[in-house]
Ligand binder design. Structure first.
Ligand code: XMP
Length: 513
């Protein structure tokens, strides 16, 4: 595998993913980890990431210089290159003008890093500092118009590049990473979901032995994949799955979740029907934060009560935590990496207690979302669940603006399922990051036959995004919108009018509440 030392760059994750796409496993550790504490088992090479810092700044993240003599190749990218240069007696200085964007690179001398790459390719730069004088025993191997673009120390196998091969605009970026990882480091391209499945199943079996494991299923991709994984790894009697229907789920969601889990072999599957409990707790409440609080609290109560009923007190608890969650909650990586995701989800005492007792199993904690999807497919979980758009914890409660009633839930479910079916039929579902319908708390007038009728207004929302932090409106062909609108008003009598939300995030949010 390849170990990445992170100095807080926004593209560290991207480096890790690109290399995994090449078929080599990657791990990320904080850049200032002492050499003696690096997890080097099986590691064939190191990469130093970029950083928002300049090496000459007082708080600039440093690296344990013993790392340069571990006998492993090191590739420094941007700040990583500058770090390496500074640590070897070279000089880094600020540019008068930042170099940002596409930049042509010419070789000075051919080097294994550029094997099979034509001279004069377009790289991607983003730096405010540059190498004025390379480190001792470093030889220049490439140059951009005004700056040093790459250098190496042949004996020590230290490579530095100023550009960002991990960014998709960098021509031959993947090839350069591939040269480094496969040719220079000699890593095996053996990382695949099949291999991971085997490895993680063995780990689960070893850890769990003959004990029991409990998994709370939300119906989303991650928890369903964990369910599939547990059922694949362990005798089915040892696996306890619980799904709580809050009455705020999408149409047929509970049935589908149950069908999928049964098809994967689930035996001890509890589907808890708590619809009435949730809907009566929400009756008369129209404040969004109040709704979220009620749902969160009740979820914890119902969960605790139902888990208690199972009488499997000492069981392990499995969780669908992803690699990015680990990093974002500050357990995995660099203190200097910025915390990006805001966590909406409630902290459950059950999870905290199990964590405290060391009884948590997180079999996806080395995977990225796209890898989880691939693992799910490997496990035989259908696209219906694997490709599903994100769905908020409070479910339809935040998509029925104002007070929630069972009648409104039914209307929204029906209308939204038409919207989703149409997106799928039209081949648009996978192009959209998240799409859903919102039932507005206003009635508007319409005519059906001779009568004036007051129907509900339904807002459709469809956005493209990378991570939900920002979002652009999906640019439908107007024909699609018009047809979908008529299908909805024709089939759901209570809806008299359909509108399309054309606000991006920011300033709007993705959800309406
Ligand atoms: P916003 O509306 O904040 O949404 O732009 C960003 C992403 O988060 C989801 N979301 C939630 N997820 N509990 C959740 O688990 C919540 O209370 C919640 N609110 C919003 C939203 O669907 C989008 O994907």
């Amino acid at each position: 595998s390849i170990l990445i030392l992170d100095f807080g760059s926004q593209t560290t994750q991207l480096i890790a993913r690109r290399i995994r796409e090449i078929g080599v496993y990657t791990d990320i550790v904080p850049g200032d980890t002492p050499a003696s504490e690096l997890p080097l088992d099986g590691v064939k090479g190191l990469i130093f990431s970029g950083s928002p810092f300049s090496v000459y700044e007082k708080d600039a993240p440093g690296v344990d210089v013993k790392i340069y003599s571990l006998g492993l190749p090191v590739l420094g990218i941007c700040y990583g290159f500058q770090r390496m240069t500074e640590d070897h007696g070279g000089k880094v200085s600020p540019l008068e003008k930042r170099e940002f964007g596409r930049s042509r690179i010419e070789y000075r001398r051919s080097a294994p890093l550029f094997k099979n790459i034509p001279d004069g390719f377009t790289s991607w730069m983003s730096h405010g500092d540059s190498i004025e004088k390379p480190g001792e025993d470093f030889e220049l191997i490439a140059q951009s118009e005004h700056h040093i673009a790459a250098a190496w120390n042949r004996d020590k196998q230290l490579y530095g590049i100023q550009f960002h091969p991990e960014v998709s605009h960098c021509e031959y970026g993947v090839e350069i990473l591939r040269n480094y990882v496969l040719e220079i480091c000699g890593a095996d391209a053996a990382w695949s979901m099949e291999a991971y499945l085997e490895q993680v199943s063995a780990e689960i079996r070893k850890r769990v032995g003959k004990e029991r494991v409990l998994l709370l299923i939300s119906g989303g991709v991650d928890s369903t994949v964990v369910g599939g994984l547990l059922l694949q790894a362990l005798p089915h009697e040892q696996v306890y799955l619980m799904y709580i229907d809050t009455g705020l789920m999408r149409k047929d969601e509970s049935v589908e979740v149950e069908r999928t889990l049964r098809s994967l072999g689930a035996k001890n599957l509890s589907i808890i029907h708590a619809e009435d409990e949730f809907l009566s707790a929400l009756a008369g409440i129209d404040d969004p934060e109040e709704k979220r609080r009620i749902i969160g609290d009740l979820f914890i109560t119902v969960q605790a009560r139902e888990v208690e009923k199972l009488s499997i007190g000492d069981a392990f608890l499995a969780q669908g935590t992803l690699y990015t969650d680990m990093i974002e909650s500050g357990k995995g990586v660099g203190k200097k990496a910025k915390v990006i995701k805001s966590h909406h989800n409630v902290r459950s005492p059950l999870v905290e207690a199990k964590r405290e007792a060391g009884r948590i199993i997180e079999p996806l904690d080395r995977l990225y979302k796209d890898e989880v999807r691939r693992l799910g497919t490997t496990l035989g979980i259908g696209d219906q669940i694997i490709r599903r758009h994100p769905f908020p914890g409070p479910g339809l409660a935040v998509r029925i603006l104002g007070e929630i009633t069972p009648e409104k839930c039914a209307i929204l479910r029906e209308a939204d399922s038409i919207f989703m079916d149409e997106l799928k039929k039209r081949g648009l579902y996978d192009e959209i990051w998240q799409a859903f319908s919102v039932l507005l708390p206003v009635r508007s007038v319409g005519v059906t036959g001779d009568a004036r009728e007051y129907g509900y207004v339904l807002a459709l929302r469809a956005i493209i995004s990378r991570d939900g932090m920002t979002a652009d409106v999906y640019p439908f062909e107007s024909k699609d919108l018009l047809e979908i609108s008529s299908l909805i008003t024709n089939s759901v009598r209570e809806i008299g009018r359909v509108v399309y939300d054309i606000s991006s995030k920011p300033p709007a949010t993705i959800e309406w509440e």
